[in-house]
Design a protein around this ligand. Structure first.
Ligand code: ARG
Ligand code: ZN
Length: 896
C-alpha cells in the first residue's frame, strides 16, 4: 500500500451516484482459501447519458465480467487503483461479475474473513469492496438475494440477511442456502456467516401481533452463556416499542458471536455479528460490568435496525447520524433498565449511575481527542481513511449532541421529532442536517420565531466549549443574576489556519439549580413557573438571567445531569463544594462536586510531588467521604461512583505540562490516605456488602453491593490494612462469581507484590485457560498493574496464549499497557515498544493498528524528556516504508 499519496476526501465533494441498483443477486462458493463470488447487478441510470459506472474493489481477482450477457474483454473496461470502470450504453443494464477473494489470508478482519473454523463478514464502512466489485457507498440501496454454497460438514450453517427461502444438498458433500432480504439496504449492512454453531432462540410477539424468531448463535460449548444476551435482546425489542413506538420489521433476528472482531458489534440487517465479549456471559466467567456492557451493545445494535438501517447515512461524513443517535438510545435503554421497578428519587439516582459512567467515558476518551491533533466535529469535514473516524467524538459526543436536543425539546417533543424523522426519511439515506430539521419542526412549534440554526454548529465545530459562570446576588432586591459566557479554543487543524478563525457561539442548554446556605433547594422563578432546576438556553457569547425572590445568597448547582458536553468554569471555595457534596438533590451534580473536591486535592499533590513540597491531604475530604459512605439514602452503586477517585487519565489532562509520574504518585498517595482515614468504615462496609455468592444475579442492587465491596477492599489494600491481604485472598479463592473473583485478584495484583499475587495469577490461569474471554481479563489485569514494565509485557507476549492477530487479545495486553498503564508506558522503552507494536499490528490489521497509534496523540503537552522520546517514536513509525493509509493518517496528523 502506498501511503504518502492517500487522497483527502472532503464532505463538500459529495455527488449522488449516477445509477440506481434496485436488485442484487450474489452467489458464493465459500471456501477459506479461495471464495468465488458471482454477482448479478441490474443498474438504472439516474442522470445524464454516457456516465461511466465506477465500482470499488480491493484484493480481488477478476475472473469474468459481462454486460447484458456479453463478456467484456480487457479493452472494454478499466481496472486500476481499486476501481473497476465500465462504459454502459443504455439506461438500464445488467452487469455480471465473477471474482475471487482469499478469506484465510485476510487478517484485516474487514470483508470476508476466517475466525477459528468459521467464516464471517464485516462490511462497514468499506469492507464490501473486499468481497466483490460494487458501488461501496451507503447511498446505493438494493434488495439482495444471496445464495451460499459450501462444504456441509465444515460449514453446516449458512446465514445471510433476511429470510431463508430455500436450503438443500448439492453433490460432493456440499450444500446451499438461499436468503432474501426484503428490505433495501446499502452494502455495508450485508453479512454472511458460515460454520458450525450452537443456537439459543425464542419467539417473541411484537406489538402488532407478529411472531418474530430471535436467535443467538455461538461456538459449540458456549450455548450455556447466551441466555443473558437473549434476554437483553427481548428487552431491547420491547423497549423500542414502548419508548419510541418502533417495532421489529423482520421475521427473524439473528445475533452471531465471533472470537475475532475489530470492534464491539455490527448491525447487519437481521444478522448482527458481535464480538463474543458482548454476547457470552455466565456468573462464573463474566463480571457485572461485562453483563451491563452486553446489555448496552445488544441494545445498540438492535436499535440500529431503525436508526441506521431503516434510515441510513447518505455518506460516511454523516456517521454520527446513526451512531450518535443510537448511542443516545442505548444509553437511555441502559438507564431505564437500571431504574426498572423504581420511582422518584430512587429512580433518578439509579439513572444517574449510568449518566455518571457515560460522562466519565466522555471525559476520559473524548475530551482529550477534542483537544488533540485528531480533533474533529461530530460530522467530520474530511478524512483519508473513514475507519479512523469511528471515534469517541462521532459516537459519544455525537450522543451528547442528540441528548441536548432531547433536553431542549423534552421527552414528548423529542419523541415527536423522532416520529417526524421517520415520517420524512424512512427507507432513505440522509444527513445529520435532515435529523436536526425534523427536530426543528417541533422546536419552532414550541418556540415561535426561533430555530436551531445556532444549534447546528455543534455539527461543524470541534473542541470542548468552556462555559464561564458568574453569579451576582443583590441582597436589597433579593435577586440573583446568573451570567453565562462561552468560549471554544481552536483545536486540531483549526489551529493551523492562520489567523485562527473566530468560532461562533453554540446553543448550549445549561441546567441550573440554586441551594440556600443550608443546602435546601430554592425555587427559581423562570418562564412563569417556579422550578428546582431551570434550563437556560445559552445561544450568544454572553447572556444574563435574573431570578427574583431569592431570599439569600445562593449556592449554585451547575450543569445538572451534565446537560451539555462543556467544561464549566466557576470560582468557588471548597466549602461550597462540600455543601453540594452533602446536599445537592441532583445526583449527577452531587457526584461532580465530590469529583471537583478530589481533583483539587489531587492537583495539590501533583504540585507537591513535582516541586518536592509536602504532600498534604486535607482532612475535610475524608470527612466528606465518611459522610457519603455512611449515608443510608445512597445506593451502593452510587456510592461506588462518588467514592472513586478521578482516574489518572482525567487528572493527567489537567496537568500542564503533563506529568504522568506525579499523577500516578498523587493518586496512590490519596488512595492510601483515604484508605487509612476511613479504614474501620471501609471494613464495616466491606462486610455489610457481602451477599450469598451462590445466589448471583446481575441485577443493579446486588451488583451495586459487589462493586462497593470491591471498592472497600481496594482502599483497605491501598492503606495496607493488616486484614486486607487475607480478605483479598479469601475473596479470590472463595468467590462464587467472576465479579468477586476478579475483585479479589485485582486487589492482590495491584497492591501486593510478589508471591500471593503470582500464586493467584497462576491459579487463575490454570482454572480458566479454556475460556478466551477470561484469559483476556488475566492479560489485562497484568498489563495494567503498577509494577508492570515493558519487560513484563514482552514476557507475556511470549506466553502461548498470546496472539497479536486476535484483537481482543491484543487489546487486553498491548493496548491496556500502552494506553492505560501510565507508570509503565511513559518511559523511553515504553514508547519504543509502542512504536514497534503499531508497526507489527499494521502488517496484520490496519484498523486496529491505527487505534493503538493514537496512544500518544497529545505528546506535545508533556514535559521535555517524555515529549522528545514520544516524538522520536512517532517519527520512527512515520519512516516505516509501508504504512497503511489508516496509520499514516494518524501519525501524520500527530506530527503536524
Ligand atoms: N456500526 C458499528 C456499531 O454499531 C461499528 C462498526 C464499525 N466497523 C468498523 N470496522 N469500523 O457501532
Ligand atoms: Zn453503532
Amino acid at each position: 500500500m502506498r501511503t504518502d499519496t492517500a487522497p483527502t476526501i472532503s464532505r463538500h465533494d459529495y455527488r449522488p451516484y449516477p445509477y440506481r441498483l434496485p436488485e442484487v443477486a450474489l452467489q458464493f462458493d465459500l471456501d477459506a482459501a479461495q471464495t468465488r463470488v458471482r454477482s448479478r447487478l441490474v443498474f438504472e441510470r439516474v442522470g445524464d447519458e454516457n456516465q461511466p459506472l465506477v465500482l470499488n474493489g480491493q484484493d480481488l481477482d477478476l475472473e469474468s465480467l459481462a454486460l447484458d450477457g456479453q463478456a467484456l474483454n480487457a479493452s472494454q473496461y478499466q481496472l486500476q487503483d481499486e476501481m473497476l470502470t465500465v462504459f454502459p450504453k443504455t439506461a438500464r443494464f445488467t452487469l455480471e461479475i465473477t471474482s475471487l477473494c482469499r478469506p484465510a489470508q485476510n487478517s484485516s478482519l474487514m470483508g470476508l474473513y476466517v475466525s477459528g473454523d468459521k467464516l464471517f463478514t464485516q462490511c462497514e464502512a468499506e469492507g464490501f469492496r473486499r468481497i466483490t466489485w460494487f458501488p461501496d457507498r451507503p447511498d446505493v440501496m438494493s434488495r439482495y438475494q444471496v445464495t451460499l454454497r459450501a462444504d456441509k460438514e465444515r460449514y453446516p450453517l449458512l446465514l445471510s440477511n433476511g429470510n431463508r427461502l430455500q436450503a438443500g444438498d448439492l453433490p460432493d458433500g456440499r450444500h446451499q442456502a438461499v436468503w432474501e432480504d426484503p428490505h433495501p439496504k446499502p452494502c455495508y449492512l450485508f453479512a454472511l456467516v458460515a460454520g458450525d454453531f450452537a443456537c439459543r432462540e425464542q419467539t417473541l410477539r411484537t406489538r402488532s401481533g407478529r411472531d418474530a424468531l430471535l436467535q443467538i448463535y455461538s461456538d459449540r460449548g458456549s450455548e450455556n452463556k447466551t441466555q443473558w444476551a437473549l434476554d437483553c435482546l427481548v428487552r431491547s425489542v420491547q423497549w423500542d416499542e414502548q419508548r419510541f413506538g418502533l417495532e421489529l420489521d423482520l421475521d427473524r433476528f439473528m445475533v452471531v458471536a465471533a472470537r475475532d472482531f475489530n470492534m464491539g458489534a455490527m448491525e447487519n440487517k437481521g444478522l448482527n455479528v458481535f464480538n463474543s465479549a458482548y454476547v457470552l456471559a455466565d456468573k462464573d466467567s463474566a463480571t457485572d460490568p461485562a453483563y451491563r456492557a452486553i446489555e448496552a451493545v445488544i441494545g445498540h445494535e438492535y436499535f440500529h435496525n431503525w436508526t441506521g438501517n431503516r434510515v441510513t447515512c447518505r455518506d460516511w461524513f454523516q456517521l454520527s447520524l446513526k451512531e450518535g443517535l443510537t448511542v443516545f438510545r442505548d444509553q437511555e435503554f441502559s438507564a431505564d433498565m437500571l431504574a426498572q421497578d423504581l420511582s422518584g428519587a430512587e429512580a433518578a439516582s439509579a439513572r444517574a449511575v449510568k449518566r455518571i459512567d457515560d460522562v466519565s467515558t466522555l471525559r476520559i476518551a473524548q475530551f482529550p481527542e477534542d483537544a488533540g491533533p485528531m480533533a474533529h466535529p461530530i460530522r467530520p469535514e474530511s478524512y483519508q481513511e473513514i475507519g479512523n473516524f469511528y471515534t469517541a467524538t462521532v459516537y459519544e459526543k455525537g450522543a451528547e449532541v442528540i441528548r441536548m436536543q432531547h433536553t431542549i425539546l423534552g421527552e414528548a417533543g423529542f419523541r415527536a421529532g423522532m416520529d417526524e424523522y421517520f415520517r420524512r426519511h424512512d427507507g432513505a439515506a440522509v444527513t445529520c442536517d435532515d435529523f436536526v430539521s425534523a427536530m426543528e419542526s417541533v422546536y419552532v412549534q414550541q418556540n415561535p420565531g426561533k430555530n436551531l440554526d445556532v444549534f447546528r454548529r455543534w455539527y461543524s465545530q470541534a473542541g470542548t466549549p468552556r462555559v464561564k459562570v458568574e453569579l451576582a446576588y443583590d441582597a436589597a432586591r433579593k435577586t440573583c443574576a446568573v451570567t453565562l459566557s462561552q468560549h471554544c479554543e481552536p483545536v486540531g487543524i483549526e489551529k493551523l489556519q492562520s489567523p485562527a478563525l473566530p468560532k461562533p457561539p453554540l446553543h448550549i442548554p445549561f441546567a441550573l439549580g440554586l441551594l440556600d446556605q443550608q443546602g435546601r433547594p430554592l425555587a427559581i422563578e423562570h418562564g412563569g413557573r417556579a422550578l428546582d432546576t431551570v434550563l437556560l438556553e445559552l445561544v450568544d457569547e454572553r447572556q444574563t438571567w435574573e431570578f427574583p425572590n431569592i431570599p439569600e445568597k445562593p449556592v449554585p448547582s451547575l450543569l445538572r445531569d451534565f446537560s451539555a458536553p462543556v467544561i464549566v468554569e466557576f470560582e468557588r471555595q471548597d466549602a461550597e463544594l462540600t455543601l453540594l457534596a452533602q446536599h445537592d438533590p441532583d445526583p449527577y451534580a452531587r457526584w461532580e462536586a465530590v469529583q471537583e473536591l478530589a481533583t483539587r486535592q489531587l492537583l495539590a499533590l501533583v504540585r507537591a510531588f513535582t516541586d518536592g513540597g509536602e504532600p498534604v491531604v486535607h482532612p475535610g475530604l475524608a470527612d466528606t467521604w465518611r459522610g457519603l459512605l455512611r449515608d443510608p439514602g445512597l445506593s451502593a452503586a452510587y456510592k461506588t461512583r462518588i467514592l472513586s477517585q478521578p482516574t489518572e487519565k482525567e487528572l493527567l489532562e489537567k496537568t500542564s505540562p503533563m506529568n504522568p509520574a506525579a499523577v500516578v504518585q498523587a493518586g496512590r498517595h490519596l488512595r492510601g490516605q483515604l484508605g487509612q482515614a476511613l479504614a474501620p468504615l471501609w471494613l464495616e462496609t466491606y462486610h455489610a456488602c457481602a451477599d450469598d455468592a451462590e445466589q448471583y444475579r446481575p441485577d443493579p442492587l446486588s451488583s451495586g453491593r459487589r462493586s462497593l465491596r470491591n471498592l472497600c477492599l481496594h482502599y483497605l489494600m491501598a492503606a495496607a490494612h493488616p486484614e486486607a491481604q487475607a480478605l483479598a485472598a479469601a475473596q479470590y479463592y472463595g468467590a462464587g462469581n467472576m465479579t468477586d473473583r476478579m475483585g479479589g485478584l485485582s486487589a492482590l495484583v495491584h497492591f501486593s507484590a510478589g508471591a500471593p499475587s503470582q500464586e493467584a495469577l497462576n491459579h487463575f490461569y490454570e482454572q480458566w485457560q479454556q475460556d478466551p474471554l477470561v484469559i483476556d481479563k488475566w492479560f489485562a489485569l497484568q498489563a495494567g498493574a503498577p509494577g508492570t514494565t515493558v519487560e513484563t509485557v514482552r514476557a507475556l507476549m511470549l506466553h502461548p496464549a498470546f496472539s497479536l492477530r486476535n484483537p481482543n487479545r491484543a487489546r487486553s495486553l498491548i493496548f491496556q499497557f500502552c494506553m492505560n498503564n501510565l507508570q509503565g508506558v511513559h518511559t523511553p522503552q515504553g514508547y519504543e515498544f509502542w512504536a514497534e507494536q503499531v508497526m507489527a499490528l499494521d502488517e496484520l490489521n490496519p484498523e486496529i493498528a491505527a487505534r493503538l497509534a493514537r496512544a500518544f496523540d497529545n505528546w506535545a503537552r508533556f514535559a521535555a524528556p517524555n515529549r522528545d522520546a514520544m516524538h522520536d517514536a512517532l517519527q520512527r513509525i512515520q519512516r516505516h516504508p509501508a504504512l497503511s493509509r489508516n496509520v499514516a493518517e494518524i501519525i501524520s496528523k500527530a506530527l503536524k
